[in-house]
Design a binder for this molecule. Structure first.
Ligand code: PXL
Length: 274
């Protein structure tokens, strides 16, 4: 038997831990593995749901020096040119955003997928305006692909989104201000039988639809979607094809979701397995 060195596509997520395995870095890493890439994680924060307090989030930031250290280890080991695609998930504070922006802009990865996590399920919108502003000012300009949900689409575009036409206009606006490919997710938030997302890049616009599976948001859908886009881009897909594959991955994972005691189920990344 001969030994060889494997050359899988290399993917990194810079994201928060969500201990129950539904969302965050755990969802990203499982998605990376499921889609055949070599996954890496630099943690930005640790989220622990609180069963004694309505499953609210307990949030602990990782010290900025420790974030820098993790990225030094990763990029030192493989070299910036060896990382095929990098995903940015939950940052949680302006200090974390500045640290990550500095580290990433120094390495210039080919694909930088920004999941602009502004709030998590169960949190009140609008409590972290300074984080939203920092994300828009410092990370959005670096992104090559961005995956805002309904709320984040409104925040980033400054537009109200109630219809598919609104979602298309807002996605086009985010593309205009960022230059990035945009996959704006209507999810369960727009009326109608389908979960509708809008993809737009310099080549044009496409509406992606899949029948809604229930009326409840599923934990990990947004994280897994952006991670699947990251994995597909790392393997060489075009942004449009990455968006289509990621939507199919997430739709299958929502169908095969896992239930626990939280008020939301968790997507399972194995949904496309036969
Ligand atoms: O789903 C957004 C999200 C991202 N990252 C972390 C989270 C959550 C939501 O709970 O905890 C770490």
């Amino acid at each position: 038997m001969t030994e060889t060195t494997a050359h899988p596509a290399m993917t990194l997520t810079i994201a928060g831990s969500e201990a129950t395995g539904g969302a965050g870095a755990q969802a990203d890493l499982k998605t990376f593995q499921e889609l055949g890439t070599f996954g890496m994680v630099a943690l930005t924060c640790i989220v622990s749901f609180n069963p004694q307090d309505n499953w609210n989030h307990r949030f602990v930031p990782v010290e900025t020096q420790v974030i820098t250290d993790q990225l030094e280890a990763i990029f030192g080991n493989y070299g910036p040119e060896s990382l095929d695609a990098v995903k940015l998930g939950m940052m949680g504070s302006p200090a974390t955003i500045s640290t990550v922006a500095a580290a990433v802009s120094a390495r210039r990865p080919k694909h930088l997928v920004l999941d602009p996590v502004l709030i998590c399920k169960g949190q009140e919108p609008g409590h972290a305006q300074d984080t939203d502003n920092a994300l828009k000012a410092e990370l959005l300009p670096l992104a090559t692909f961005v995956t805002p949900n309904h709320f984040e689409t409104e925040q980033l575009s400054g537009m109200k989104v109630e219809t598919l036409e609104d979602l298309q206009a807002a996605a086009a606006e985010i593309h205009r201000i960022s230059g990035a490919a945009v996959l704006a997710k209507g999810g369960i938030r727009l009326a109608g039988a389908d979960a509708v997302d809008v993809f737009v890049d310099a080549e044009g616009m496409e509406v992606l639809t899949a029948p809604k599976i229930g009326e409840h948001a599923v934990s990990g859908a947004g994280c897994s979607l952006a991670a699947a886009v990251t994995a597909e881009l790392a393997k060489g897909a075009s942004p449009m094809d990455a968006a289509r594959s990621a939507k199919a991955f997430v739709t299958a994972g929502i169908r095969q979701r896992v239930a626990g005691n939280t008020p939301f189920d968790a997507l399972w990344q194995g949904g496309l397995r036969r």
